[in-house]
Design a protein around this ligand. Structure first.
Ligand SMILES: *Cc1c(COP(=O)(O)O)cnc(C)c1O
Length: 389
């Protein structure tokens, strides 16, 4: 026996699933330099256009001068700095929760929340389209888990009535590959009726939804009793890096005592926390970012729907066009790239077999002219590729 890596790599290539990393040579923004060429990019999650904001850059510099670069130790040893603490307080306030706990990545926050809360005698109910990190967390927790049909309340109710032990219902707030919102008013109602807890991973809603950018819970007006466990990430709309769990005083204390992905890792750079604090300030002081983004989403949808291109029904900056075939999705993305536009083609296993798509993301850094350039090119390229097939 040996590890046959080359056969698996060749198979991946034959199935049009081989992944490559574009090399970015500029900051994030509407315009980027990739592999030496300038493009307009429609694929980052920097929804509010803050990743390269001069005030964030200055806050990072100032943070490094004050606290240095490294976190130095885990939070429980001597890595929990004043900057981390202030950020936790600001995040609690943003989400209207008693407390928040900072993590270095959303992947880790999800691993922490789920592994600490449920184990082998419990139940975990997933929306079928949940993010990979939530699925991995369930596997690591060793919990019995079951995936209900996407946003299907009957399917969820059925599973809730069979669930045993402590039951956690977990869902993306905004689905990362489809852009639609979880039906949280119903999910939370059903969860409460069955004595289950609802956990929401709001990686793509935070900063974007709600008048204050408080995400799905602000958008739907859901309190602590509805969503006892809220996870948010800071590397998307807030243009920084890291993540958090928000909830009750008791939940956060429990995480600090029992969540291994919290305990056994070095704290994130405190300078990053300083930059994130600045980002939260800008997000609240400049609601025009959310308004402008909403207008761009509307502009994009109207143009694409008028051309009869199959666009998923998404109200968020994530706008997926379903292509179906992986090679055709790649072909479309390649042709757009020749025209100076970067759009990502998302293929299985990130999405279900036969549902390869172009995942377009809009940000507050885009202009109406950028979006018009994209829709014109998309419509033209779409027709060209369809004619060939
Ligand atoms: C991006 C993402 C994560 C992971 O967050 P990172 O901070 O990038 O590790 C978790 N959940 C969802 C839904 C995401 O889209």
């Amino acid at each position: 026996m040996s590890f046959d890596l080359s056969a698996r790599l060749a198979q991946q290539q034959a199935q049009h699933l081989y992944r490559q990393r574009p090399l970015l040579e500029s900051p994030q923004g509407a315009q980027v330099i990739v592999d030496g060429k300038t493009y307009i990019a429609f694929c980052s999650n920097d929804y509010l256009g803050l990743a390269n904001h001069p005030q964030l850059v200055s806050a990072l510099h100032a943070g490094a001068r004050r606290y240095g670069v490294g976190g130095g130790a885990s939070h429980l040893v001597i890595g929990h700095s004043q900057a981390h603490h202030q950020l936790e307080e600001a995040l609690a306030q943003l989400t209207q929760r008693p407390r928040a706990l900072l993590f270095s990545t959303g992947y880790m926050a999800n691993l922490a929340a789920i592994t600490a809360l449920v184990g082998k005698t419990d139940s975990l109910l997933h929306d079928r389209l949940n993010h990979a990190s939530l699925l991995d967390a369930g596997i690591l927790a060793g919990v019995r888990f079951s995936r209900y049909l996407h946003n299907d309340m009957q399917s969820l109710a059925q599973r809730l009535s069979k669930a045993q032990g402590n039951t956690l219902v977990v869902t993306d707030g905004v689905f990362s590959m489809d852009g639609d919102l979880a039906n949280l008013p119903e999910i939370t109602k059903l969860s409460k009726a069955h004595g289950a807890w609802c956990m929401v991973d709001d990686a793509h809603g935070l900063g974007v939804l709600g008048a204050q950018g408080g995400g799905c819970v602000e958008h739907f007006g859901l309190g602590l009793a509805d969503v006892p466990v809220l996870v948010g990430t800071l590397g998307k709309a807030f243009g920084s890096s890291g993540a958090f769990i928000a909830g009750s005083e008791e939940l956060i204390e429990y995480m600090i005592q029992f969540a291994r992905p919290y305990i056994y890792t070095t704290s994130q750079s405190p300078a990053i926390a300083c930059a994130t604090l600045e980002s939260l300030k800008i997000s609240q002081a400049e609601p025009w970012r959310r308004e402008h983004l909403k207008a761009l989403v509307k502009q994009f949808r109207e143009a694409i729907l008028a051309a009869d291109i199959p666009l998923l029904d998404s109200p968020t900056p994530i706008q997926p066009i379903i292509v179906g075939d992986s090679s055709k999705a790649m072909q479309l993305a390649a042709k757009l790239r020749e025209q100076g536009l970067i759009v990502s083609a998302i293929r299985p296993p990130t999405v279900a077999q036969g549902s390869a798509r172009l995942r377009i993301t809009l940000t507050a850094a885009h202009t109406t002219a950028h979006v018009e350039q994209l829709t014109t090119a998309l419509i033209c390229t779409w027709q060209e590729i369809l004619r060939e097939s």
